[in-house]
Ligand binder design. Structure first.
Ligand code: AMP
Length: 511
């Protein structure tokens, strides 16, 4: 393995003009607003043009897709007839790469790209493969299905690109990768991109690549530095209401990460019940639903995406401003991938993690990983758990505790919010008692959410908070106003307020 000759070259010395792209490609770059190459592009493009194999480690959101797509396109536009195979670990990432290729080829319609992923109709894919696309992007399982079915022949492919290779291995795709590679010609160019470089990736690189040039951009496992990170110490039972409060405090798009598919469904429904416009994505949803959710979120039709770790890697949606970890991830590295969904392409971003008493050890491990890798001022809100927290779970007393109340005291807004939460809880209980009905936990949660948001809005308007719970009489809430509202396509369509309140009243009265 040789070391990159361009490693120490300043990125500022290289411009897109240096690569002498054909006019149609220059036009596409202009239309996409790409003015200067990102560091990974500055390093990788000349190497790919030279025909070298590369092993690249790059931070998330660094412009990896164009780093391999631009030089391959230049070669194709200069007469190369050999198509490229691009393998990605998730359907979402494959679709995203397909989207970038579509933009890059907007002025060169003769160069076609197709996306071959599971969960979508075979016959469309077969038709698109018959058109001899120059780029075939896909996930390993469906690519192999199409090869076995005789619809995809890789024998004349000149390039293999493996994106997010570490994730492919994590997901157990190595046997499928080996089978795919066995179908490719031995004489080919191979480009491997990975966020991290564990031993298994080096082993994979040794078997798939020939004398690869190592390209490294930034430290491995280090996300962009602009992300301001913070944590909230919270009891499990208070997570939902705390989530509503946090959502209500901020503006802009939010992605919320959950541990399980079930919890993803539950939280999405809960937030939708509180009148928020939410999409959700997890492995039990059909590909149509998953793509619909991502596109609603990407296009700004919904402001909030609730997701399992399926969305933790590769997803590039520049407008995501907040990442909230409702549950901490199982392994500390996934924390880095998750928060890397924000602060994309130079933007600012914020991450917030809920930490329960039971998750203190997990948080300590994450803190150890991130400490020293970020500017201290961006970690102000993300302190390590203290000894007491690590040893004995906090006595929660039914309310969330922000930051370090013992030391700094809480802001009056935080105190108000906690008081509201207590009121909202009491309100729901009072309703229950007076009506003599047993509320389902979901209905009670919805009711608390509505009440909470109502009080928050009233407080924001400068009105005084109710001194007593407003039990007994259901007062119609104004409901929150989603920032991006979809008239038709959001997954959890916002019910008309009257019907929402009717259903809550029905739940209360049992009628
Ligand atoms: P990627 O790492 O390929 O997912 O790209 C991350 C983001 O950077 C995407 O939103 C790209 O559109 C954007 N991007 C990539 N290259 C450039 C560039 N040279 N100038 C500006 N934005 C870019």
């Amino acid at each position: 393995m040789t070391s990159s000759t361009t490693q120490n070259q300043s990125q500022n010395q290289i411009t897109f003009a240096d690569f002498q792209f054909p006019d149609a490609l220059k036009q596409a770059l202009e239309a996409m607003g790409y003015e200067i190459p990102t560091p990974v592009q500055a390093k990788a493009i000349p190497l790919v043009l030279e025909g070298k194999d590369i092993l690249a480690t790059a931070q998330t959101g660094t412009g990896k897709t164009a780093a391999f797509a631009l030089p391959l396109l230049k070669k194709m536009l200069s007469g190369s007839k050999q198509p490229a195979l691009i393998v990605a670990p998730t359907r979402e990432l494959a679709e995203q790469i397909g989207g970038v290729l579509k933009q890059l080829t907007q002025f060169t319609p003769q160069i076609k790209a197709t996306v071959i992923i599971g969960g979508t109709a075979y016959h469309h894919q077969i038709r698109s493969l018959r058109a001899n696309p120059m780029f075939v992007v896909g996930t390993p399982g469906r690519l192999l299905d199409q090869i076995r079915g005789g619809h995809l022949n890789l024998s004349n492919f000149g390039t293999l690109v493996i994106d997010e290779a570490d994730r492919l291995l994590d997901m157990g795709f190595e046997p499928q990768m080996n089978e795919l590679v066995a179908n490719l010609p031995k004489q080919r160019q191979s480009l491997l991109f990975s966020a991290t470089l564990p031993e298994e990736i080096v082993r994979l690189a040794n078997s798939y690549l020939r004398e690869p040039v190592r390209v490294a951009v930034g430290a491995v496992s280090k996300p962009v530095e602009r992300i301001r990170q913070s944590v909230i110490q919270v009891a499990t039972k208070d997570k939902d209401l705390t989530m509503l409060r946090e959502i209500n405090k901020v503006e802009g798009s939010i992605i919320i990460f959950m541990k399980t598919k079930y919890k993803t469904e539950r939280l999405a429904k809960y937030l939708a019940g509180a009148g928020l416009n939410v999409a959700r994505i997890h492995g039990d949803r059909s590909q149509r639903q998953r793509s619909g959710a991502i596109s609603d979120f990407r296009e700004g039709r919904v402001r909030i995406l609730v997701a399992t770790d399926i969305a933790a890697r590769g997803l590039d949606i520049p407008h995501i401003q907040h990442v909230i970890n409702y549950d901490l991830p199982m392994c500390p590295e996934d924390y880095i991938h998750r928060i890397g969904r924000t602060a994309r392409a130079g933007a600012e971003g914020h991450s917030l993690s809920f930490v329960t008493p039971e998750e203190q050890q997990k948080w300590a491990r994450i803190h150890k990983l991130i400490h020293g890798h970020f500017p201290e001022e961006n970690l102000k809100g993300a302190r390590a758990p203290n000894r007491a927290e690590r040893r004995a779970p906090l006595a929660q007393k039914g309310r969330a505790q922000h930051g370090r109340p013992q030391q700094h005291g809480r802001s009056s807004r935080e105190q108000d919010a906690t008081r509201d939460q207590g009121r909202s809880n009491r309100g729901a209980q009072q309703f229950e008692k007076r009506r003599g009905v047993e509320l389902s936990p979901r209905r009670a949660a919805e009711l608390r959410a509505e009440q909470f948001l109502k009080d928050e809005r009233r407080a924001a308007r400068g009105g005084s908070l109710p001194q007593k719970p407003s039990g007994g009489k259901v007062v119609k809430s104004e409901g929150p106003q989603p920032v991006h509202k979809s008239a038709h396509e959001s997954e959890h369509k916002q019910k008309p307020k009257s019907s929402r309140w009717k259903s809550i009243q029905r739940a209360l009265t049992g009628r």
